[in-house]
Design a binder for this molecule. Structure first.
Ligand code: NAD
Length: 294
C-alpha cells in the first residue's frame, strides 16, 4: 500500500488479540481512515475504545461493518458463521470481507453456509503470529511484523479484493504467502494444532499426579515453561480450532501415539541406543529446518 493509495475504512468484528492487533498495526501504518468495531463482549468494546484501538463501536456487527471498505472477522473459528450472519445486513456490495481464522476449510464452509456460495469479495487469511494471551488489552501493533500471513484464495476469488487484503497485511510488516486451504489445514495440524493438544494433555496429566501441588510444579524449571507455554492459550479458541480441523489432527495424533509406543518399548526393552538415535535425528532436523527458515 503506497502513500497515495486511498485510506481504507476498516471494520473489525471480534476485538480480541488478533482483531485488536490488526487494527493497531493498520492505524500505525497510516493506511486506514476510520476503524469501527464490534464484539459480543461489551468489556472488549469498552477497552478497545478506551485504548484507542477503534474510533467507533457499532451497536451490533451489522452497524459496525456499515460503510466499511474492508470488514475483518476476528472471532474464534466456530463463531465465524454466526459473526458473518450478524454482519450480513450491513455489508455493502463492494465491501471486502476477510478473516484471520486458524483453520481455513472450516471458514470457507462457514462463509458458504451464510451466503450459499463463496462471494468473490471474501478473502480467507491466517496470520502466523500470536501469543498465548487473549483479549484487546494484549493487542500489539508489531505482532505481525516479519511473520507469515497466509492467504488461501478460492475459485471465485476477486483479484482486486485479494490484492487489497494482501496490501493491508504487507502494511503490517507481514510476509504474505498464498496456498490452498486444504494444504494449509494439513500443515497447521502438524505444526500448531497437534502441539497445542499435546501441551494441554501433558499439563493435565501432570496435574493429576500425586504431589502435583506439593513438589512437582514448584520444582518445574525452564524446560517445563518452554514446553508448556502454549497450554496457557485460550481453551475456547483451541477447542474451536481442534474441532474445525479434527481429521488432519486425528491422523497425526495416531502417528504420534505410535511413536510414543515405540519409545515406551525402547525403555521397557533397554534399547537406549535406538532412543538416542531418535534424539539425534530430531535435534538435527530441528536445527536444519530452523536454520533454513530463519
Ligand atoms: P480472542 O479471544 O483474543 O478474541 C476473540 C474475540 O471474539 C473475543 O473478544 C470474543 O468476545 C469475540 N467474539 C466471539 N464471538 C463473536 C461474535 N459472534 N461476534 C462478535 N465478537 C465475537 O481471540 P484471538 O486470539 O484474537 O483469535 C481470533 C481469531 O484469530 C481466531 O479465529 C483464531 O483462530 C485466530 N488466530 C489466533 C492466533 C493467536 O495466537 N491468538 C493466531 C492466529 C490466528
Amino acid at each position: 500500500m503506497n502513500a497515495s493509495a486511498p485510506a481504507i475504512r476498516l471494520a473489525v468484528v471480534g476485538l480480541g488479540l488478533i482483531g485488536g492487533s490488526l487494527a493497531r498495526a493498520l492505524r500505525d501504518a497510516g493506511v486506514v481512515s476510520e476503524i469501527a468495531g464490534y464484539d459480543r463482549d461489551p468489556e472488549q468494546i469498552r477497552l478497545a475504545l478506551e485504548l484507542g484501538v477503534i474510533d467507533r463501536a457499532g451497536t451490533d456487527a451489522a452497524d459496525a461493518v456499515h460503510g466499511a471498505d474492508v470488514a475483518v472477522i476476528a472471532v474464534p473459528v466456530l463463531a465465524t458463521a454466526a459473526a458473518i450472519a450478524e454482519c450480513k445486513a450491513g455489508l455493502g456490495p463492494d465491501t471486502i470481507l476477510t478473516d484471520v481464522g486458524s483453520t481455513k476449510q472450516s471458514v470457507l464452509d462457514a462463509v458458504l453456509s451464510v451466503f450459499g456460495d463463496i462471494p468473490p469479495r471474501f478473502v480467507a487469511a491466517h496470520p502466523i503470529a500470536g501469543t498465548e494471551k487473549s483479549g484487546v488489552a494484549h493487542a500489539k501493533a508489531d505482532l505481525f511484523r516479519k511473520h507469515r500471513l497466509i492467504l488461501t484464495p478460492h475459485p471465485a476469488q476477486d483479484a482486486e479484493a485479494l490484492a487489497t487484503v494482501e496490501a493491508l497485511w504487507a502494511a503490517t510488516g507481514a510476509r504474505v504467502v498464498k496456498m490452498d486451504a486444504t494444504r494449509h489445514d494439513a500443515i497447521f495440524a502438524a505444526t500448531s494444532h497437534l502441539p497445542h493438544l499435546l501441551a494441554y494433555s501433558f499439563v493435565d496429566m501432570l496435574d493429576q499426579l500425586e504431589g502435583a501441588d506439593a513438589d512437582i510444579f514448584p520444582n518445574a524449571g525452564g524446560g517445563f515453561r518452554d514446553f508448556t507455554r502454549i497450554a496457557s492459550s485460550s481453551p475456547r479458541m483451541w477447542h474451536d480450532i481442534l474441532r474445525a480441523n479434527a481429521q488432519p489432527v486425528a491422523e497425526l495424533l495416531r502417528r504420534q501415539i505410535d511413536e510414543l509406543s515405540r519409545l515406551l518399548a525402547m525403555i521397557e526393552t533397554d534399547r537406549w541406543d535406538e532412543m538416542r538415535a531418535v534424539f539425534e535425528r530430531a535435534r538435527a532436523a530441528r536445527e536444519r529446518h530452523l536454520t533454513r527458515i530463519e
